[in-house]
Design a protein around this ligand. Structure first.
Ligand code: ADP
Ligand code: MG
Length: 462
């Protein structure tokens, strides 16, 4: 299992695949269908390509929001077919004809990554993962303080070993250290996986001497996700020697891992003892307060960069913090998604809207059935199920029926004909008419809007 994934990864990196945007576009056309492709995806450009992510250009903010909220996941999986190592997409708004403005982060990125196929290619520091935007709470305080400490006193704690679960901020901290120290030091920042790819590549090309020289020139060596070396003997051997050389030269070494050093099974004991020989700190799962503070920080970042308010009220913020899992990456993803939807629907969101937007994240196993919608709706309006499904057209029956059809359209992924069939074999045009009627009523009639909202929350709440 491990072997195959390792092999495909190695192959793709050995070829140093550079995305061929035309063929990516072709595959968008095929997998999304020509309509979506010509109206949306065709207009996306490739601005920059990194090993693990790409920066894509779009013309307007609206365009970006629309694409991220609807197609981002699928775009990512398409891109992965062309380049396996990509696991993130960034969108950049590039209005036509005003492309010449260069901002600070661009220059940093250019400086670090423009040199393709050279050893400098390892150092992919992300300018947006820095100490200033790392929000500190109980669970990550120690990690944060240690990271700051080694920046002010190199080699005082050597190595610094930071461990913790997925999406808790390890890479963010390591990257912050790299940024902070790169002004005055020779910083090497690399994931263990990338380290291995380069190692194998150097062996194949007979460039081991360069490889060794290169890494051993650093006076700050930062290696992310060291758990990757588990079970890989050759790699461990090389890592051990690199570590020792650097350590003897008093280079600062920083390491992250998904588990504590002594829990790294299938890693040589001598390496484990080196790893735990300095300062070992763990990052825990965020509590409610930290999640709230991260959301607040995201909101103020948003205000700063877009000069507008993302329009999330207190209730919504609390809801997201309370209902999200203990993974900060996911929390950030949810934030982006809610904000994008708010922008598109041009209204301030309430908790119900959030429930709907997030239902596929929170209730991945919970499928809302049309039966349930019919049940809740008929109860709500105090009519019987058989009356609701009957052919009678009196308003006290027709409205609840239309409401249930509307909800079925909004809350399930069923097609119009499927919904029609569930309502005593009605035609799909009847369903369209019902959806339109209720939409209009919701817009113009306060009672109707309240009914719809209450029903939605009843249906979603259990
Ligand atoms: P890990 O490497 O532990 O899997 P990351 O460092 O990649 O996690 O963090 C996942 C996401 O969460 C990133 O977008 C990161 O910027 C964000 N993040 C994590 N911790 C914090 C924090 N304390 N403050 C702000 N953002 C955070
Ligand atoms: Mg990470």
């Amino acid at each position: 299992m491990e072997k195959t994934s390792l092999k495909t990864g190695t192959q793709s990196i050995l070829e140093e695949k550079i995305l061929d945007w035309d063929s990516v576009q072709k595959s968008f056309d095929q997998s999304f269908g020509t309509e979506i492709y010509t109206s949306w995806l065709k207009h996306i450009s490739l601005i920059k390509e990194y090993n693990d992510h790409v920066v894509l250009g779009v013309k307007t903010r609206f365009f970006r929001d629309w694409i991220t909220s609807r197609y981002a996941d699928k775009i990512l999986s398409e891109l992965k077919k062309h380049k396996l190592s990509i696991n993130r997409i960034e969108f950049k708004i590039e209005p036509e004809n005003i492309n010449n403005k260069v901002n600070f982060s661009d220059t940093v990125i250019n400086k670090i990554t423009d040199i393709k196929n050279s050893f400098l290619n390892y150092n992919r520091l992300n300018p947006s993962l820095n100490f200033d935007n790392f929000v500190v709470g109980k669970s990550n305080n120690l990690g944060f303080l240690s990271a700051k400490k080694i920046c002010s006193q190199l080699s005082r704690y050597n190595p610094l070993f930071i461990y913790g679960g997925v999406g808790l901020g390890k890479t963010h901290l390591l990257n912050s250290i790299g940024l902070e120290l790169s002004q005055k030091n020779k910083v090497m920042f690399i994931s263990a996986e990338r380290f291995m790819y380069q190692f194998i590549k150097s062996i194949k090309k007979n460039e081991m001497v360069n490889f060794k020289d290169f890494f051993r020139k650093a006076n700050v060596f930062i290696i992310d996700d060291i758990q990757f070396i588990r079970g890989k003997e050759g790699l461990q051997e090389e890592f051990f020697h690199t570590f020792n050389t650097l350590f003897d030269q008093s280079a600062q070494i920083v390491i992250s891992s998904d588990r504590a050093p002594n829990k790294l099974d299938r890693v040589q004991d001598r390496i484990k003892s080196r790893l735990s020989g300095g300062l070992v700190v763990d990052i825990g799962t965020p509590d409610y307060d930290l999640k709230i503070n991260i959301l607040r920080k995201k909101i103020s970042d948003y205000q700063l960069s877009f000069k507008e308010n993302p329009d999330l009220n207190e209730e919504v913020i609390n809801y997201i913090a309370k209902n999200s899992n203990s993974n900060i990456r996911e929390l950030v993803g949810i934030f982006n998604r809610v904000v994008a939807f708010g922008k598109m629907s041009k209204k301030s969101l309430n908790v119900n809207d959030c429930k709907i937007i997030l239902r596929d994240i929170y209730n991945t196993n919970k499928v809302i059935s049309i039966d349930k919608i019919q049940n809740v709706t008929s109860n709500f309006f105090s009519i019987s199920m058989s009356d609701m499904l009957s052919q009678r057209r009196s308003r006290p029956l027709a409205r609840p029926r239309q409401m249930a059809m509307y909800l079925a359209k909004k809350l399930t992924t069923r097609s119009l004909p499927e919904i029609g069939r569930k309502f005593s074999n009605r035609d799909h045009t009847t369903v369209i008419h019902a959806v339109k009627t209720i939409e209009k009523l919701i817009e113009n009639n306060d009672d109707m809007r309240k009914n719809a909202e209450e029903l939605k929350s009843l249906i979603l709440s259990d």
